[in-house]
Write a protein that binds this ligand. Structure first.
Ligand SMILES: [Zn+2]
Length: 79
């Protein structure tokens, strides 16, 4: 069962389409049912668009990845 925190964990792979089919399918199933995660994905994608980095995967350093995860986790309700 995919939870919000799993979406957060995999958001970068999801946006970059780097997930395997099974993970992708499960995340999308969760997204269909979870408005919070839909907002989360949209916000994240928007942020990448605004910074013009959507196609530059290398910009996501481990530090940025970690900071984003912390930020996003703090915005989601604990579950
Ligand atoms: Zn969710």
């Amino acid at each position: 069962m995919v939870m919000c925190k799993d979406v957060v964990e995999n958001i970068i792979g999801y946006i970059d389409a780097e997930l395997d089919d099974k993970t992708l399918e499960e995340l999308e199933k969760h997204l269909d049912e979870c408005p919070e995660c839909q907002v989360f994905v949209r916000t994240y994608r928007k942020m990448l668009e605004l910074t013009g980095k959507l196609r530059e995967r290398t910009f996501v350093t481990p530090e940025i990845r970690e900071r984003l995860k912390q930020l996003l986790k703090s915005k989601l309700k604990p579950n």
